[in-house]
Design a protein around this ligand. Structure first.
Ligand SMILES: Nc1ncnc2c1ncn2[C@@H]1O[C@H](COP(=O)(O)OP(=O)(O)OP(=O)(O)O)[C@@H](O)[C@H]1O
Length: 248
């Protein structure tokens, strides 16, 4: 577990350049940013501003070109492939836009899969609490195709929360959901922060989704472009509009 006084995740002078020479693209340009332990942070910015690249580097899914990435006090840039795989398995949870559930096994088996791969299992009290809180108690033996999109994403959230990871990384978690199912998933992510002390870092395009977070980190052209504390949909829309149309 990350000690409370350390940021759960941190980028230091993080630079990511894709390609080389004339065709190179600087997706992240010496980004410094901290993600507080026990907080829900949204990453926003115009299309192409580097949001996904930042999330992928924080999660060890992409190699930085320069700079450092920390999970608690672990420097990801010093780890090899095996170390990164174990770190992701043991200390990170993931929620993707496309749910990424295994179609051939039940909801319960999907939820428990990452822990099984690690040779672990949650205690039954914690499993029951997560399943009940996510409204999945009556759905445990269903296969993904027997569940609605919102239910499938709640299974993915349960799968991410059960190992009590240091950070849950969510990439457009409501992108494939109707607004009501999306609101449920966002409320659950927020509750996991408030009630379980979970740290959540979420990339989103949606000002309403971002308003569920405690803080919004803004990117523009691969650089930090400000922050919003206690965001509302209106405050996010206003700041995003300014980012897209900077004053001349
Ligand atoms: N694998 C890649 N190869 C080359 N360029 C890439 C690659 N991945 C991203 N880029 C470029 O890096 C920049 C940042 O991309 P990124 O996907 O991080 O932005 P984003 O803010 O998440 O965008 P969107 O909101 O459209 O998803 C863009 O210019 C993109 O074209």
């Amino acid at each position: 577990m990350t000690p409370q006084h350390l940021p759960a995740a941190r980028a230091v002078a993080l630079t990511k350049i894709f390609g080389a020479g004339d065709a190179s693209v600087t997706a992240l340009d010496a980004v410094d940013v901290d993600f507080a332990t026990g907080a829900f942070t949204a990453i926003m910015g115009p299309s192409g501003s580097g949001k996904s690249t930042l999330l992928h580097c924080l999660a060890g899914l992409d190699d930085p070109t320069a700079g450092r990435v920390y999970l608690g006090d672990t420097d990801l840039t010093l780890l090899g492939d095996r170390g990164l795989t174990e770190l992701r398995r043991d200390r990170m949870g993931f929620v993707f836009q496309s749910f990424n559930l295994l179609p051939v096994v039940t909801a319960a088996e999907n939820m428990l899969l990452p822990m099984r791969l690690a040779g672990a299992r949650p205690d039954s009290g914690w499993f029951d609490e997560v399943v009940t809180r996510l409204g999945l108690a009556g759905r445990l033996s269903h296969r993904p195709h027997e569940l609605s999109g919102g239910q499938q994403q709640r299974v993915a959230v349960a799968r991410a929360l059960l190992p009590r990871p240091d950070v849950v990384f969510a990439d457009e978690p409501t992108g494939n959901l109707d607004s009501q199912s999306g609101a449920e998933v966002l409320s659950l992510l927020r509750s996991s922060v408030r009630e379980f002390g979970q740290t959540v870092v979420m990339v989103t395009h949606d000002p309403v989704a971002a308003s569920y977070a405690d803080r919004v980190v803004l990117l523009a052209d691969g650089r930090p472009a400000g922050e919003i504390d206690d965001p509302t949909p209106d405050s996010v829309v206003r700041v995003m509009r300014e980012l897209r149309a900077p004053a001349c």
